[in-house]
Structure formats: C-alpha cells, structure tokens
Ligand binder design. Sequence first.
Ligand code: CMC
Length: 379
Amino acid sequence: MAETDIKKGLAGVVVDTTAVSKVNPETNSLLYRGYPVQELAASCSFEQVALLLWNGELPSDDELAEFTAFERAHRALSPELKQVIDALPDTCHPMDVCRTAASVLGAQDPTAEHSSKEANLAKAKSLLAAMPAVVAYDQRRRRGQELVEPREDLGYSANFLWMTFGEEAAQPVVDAFNVSMILYAEHSFNASTFTARVITSTLSDLHSAVVGAIGALKGPLHGGANEAVMHTFDEIGIRQEETAEEAEARAKAWMDDALAQKKKVMGFGHRVYKNGDSRVPTMKAALDAMIEHYDRPEVLGLYNGLEKSMGEAKNIKPNLDYPAGPAYHLMGFDTPTFTPLFVASRISGWTAHIMEQLEANALIRPLSEYNGPDERHLS
Ligand code: CMC
C-alpha cells in the first residue's frame, strides 16, 4: 500500500481561500484586504482597521463615527461579568480570564444563537468593545487596584491605557499601542484563526469560536510568545543602570548559551516567514519610540544582543512577539497581560474569518492514518 503523505502540523497545506489578509513570505509582506499593514499602522486607528477587516473596505467618516459611538457605548464591564472575574483566583492565567469572559459575554448575549452576517457583525463589535475592560480590570485587580471606568472622550487605545493605569497615557505611548493593536489584528490561517474557523464550520456560534481561538492563542508557540519573550528578558535581567552595550553583551552570552543547550527561544522563527516577519520593522519602530520615551537604552541592548546572536548562530529572524513583548513591558503592562492584549486585537481578525467561513461553509473534518494495534478481539 502506498504510504500516505502526512502533512504534520498542516505545514504547507492550503485549506481554503480567504479575502481577509494575504501573507507573502517571498516579499515579506502582509496585506489586510489589500492594504500593506505598515501603511495602515502609519495612518489609521485600530477602529478603522477593524472595520476594514470586517467590511472589506476602510470606513467612510460616517461609518467610522457610527462605530466609534457604538464602541464607546459598549466598553463598560457589566456588574455580572465583574462578579465572575472577581470569583476567579488571581493565580489563574489572565488568558483564562479572557477565555472565561468571552464565554460569559456569549452567554449574556440574547442574540448568541443568531448567525446572520448582521447579527455576527454586531456580536463582533460588542466583543471588541468589551474585551479591553476585561484585560485592564484583570491586571488592576491582581495589583489590588479598583476598577477604572471607561472614558467616552478617548479613542480605543487611549481608553485601554486609561482603564489599565488610571491615568491618561502620553501620545507616543497611545500611538505605539495603537500600532501594536493593528499589527496583531490579523494574520490569515494561523492556529487560533484556524481554530475559530473549525468551530464555526460546525455551525457553532461566534462566541464559542472566539473562546476556542483564545485557547489556541494562549500557547507559547503562538500568542503566548510575547509573554515568553519577556521571561527571557527577565531571566537575563533588566538592569536600568547598564549601558546598551553592556546589556547587549550579556544578552549575546545568554543566547549563545541557550542555543548551545538547543533551547527554543520564543519570539524567533515563524512557520510561514523564513526571511523575517513582515510586521517586525513596524513594531520595532514602536518599541524604539518607547525606549526613547522612557529613556531605557538597556532594553535596546538586550533586544539587539539576542537578535544578533540568534541571527549569527542560526539565521532565524524575530517575529512580531519579539518587539511587542518589551514594548508592552515599557508601557507598564504586567507580563502575563501581554497575550490578552493580543486577544483584544485579534478579535477583529478572528471574527472577520468567522463571518467569511459562514459565507461558504464546509465542515472542516480532515482524515488521520491509524497507527494503533491491528484489529484484535476480547476473546
Ligand atoms: N529558537 C531556536 N530554534 C528555533 C526557533 C527558535 N525560536 N524556531 C525555530 N528553530 C529551529 C528549530 O529548532 C529547528 O531546528 P532543527 O531543524 O535544527 O531541529 C528549525 O529551526 C525549524 O523549527 P520548527 O519549529 O520545526 O519550525 P516551524 O516552522 O514548525 O516553527 C515556530 C515555527 C513559530 C513554531 C518556531 O519558530 C518556534 O517555536 N518559535 C518560537 C515560538 C514563537 O516565537 N512563536 C510565535 C510565532 S509568531 C506570532 C504568532 O503567530 O503568535
């Protein structure tokens, strides 16, 4: 019998078409609905990009104003959801809180079982508006701080930072955060998006698909990498008194040692991009802006040291999570909150894919080759 050609990890397998985004590893480019992501990051708000992903076109001024009003009106944490979050131990991972919150929001949604495009778009918008309060409050409660109510006079990114830290962020911080939200928003058939599409293909509901996607994103080989990057920085040790050169030398030594031990270093490598992640230069510029804003050259030293050593030893390039981790750290987020920030952004891409899946649905049900014992009998 001819051996089955098994594509472990579905590597290289094209499972469907999508008009949401295009990843081109040859040219290191990523297009959202045709637009290069770096152009969107340079001139759009995250709110505009979410509408682009959902609707296929950038919003008109009226469409943007309508969504902005909706998003600002749906930000507050309901007392019931706050109660559920408060009941969760602060020893659980913040991704568990996100996952639970998405599930609660689904259970609270009277239209949860409605699957028309209009109903799903409304659910997507509500989820996108609601998740920042979950992420922000969870970080605050772990620090023993009170809930900060949203502010309707602030845009998505400025309000996210406000709800997390209880003070207005400086404009460069808001801008860098907005860039990170845009870069994290969408990336074709990655593991979490594919999970969302698999769940949707059974005609399950949008919230269930998002809950599953959050579970897939949690892993360190996927979204959890931005948190894992910070653990690396912490293991090397961030020493504010150090110069960039001193930090770089220590980071290089750490990386050489890690690679000699054949360790996988999170924040490097990518299944699709082999010559560099298209999103990294834009996020690195945002990280540079944070390093300058907070005057933290030693962070740049650590960043450069790890990148150079990995490049020289294995020619493996950083992925988006590599600059995003230290950027979020400088903004003041606690390390376990990093992947929930990815969730808040990727809700836009996941839900765009959920709606696309439903437009031409086919149950996703691959085959496997059995390699267990031959048929046998009890007697
Ligand atoms: N550190 C050290 N070695 C690596 C790394 C790394 N980060 N990534 C790949 N390699 C090596 C790997 O050890 C293997 O070497 P060898 O052939 O000698 O055994 C070779 O490169 C191929 O690696 P692979 O894991 O088989 O390749 P893949 O295409 O399955 O991996 C990946 C893609 C992202 C899972 C992998 O690069 C990895 O584990 N990176 C670290 C986790 C990470 O940063 N994930 C975030 C991905 S991007 C953002 C997102 O989607 O969330």
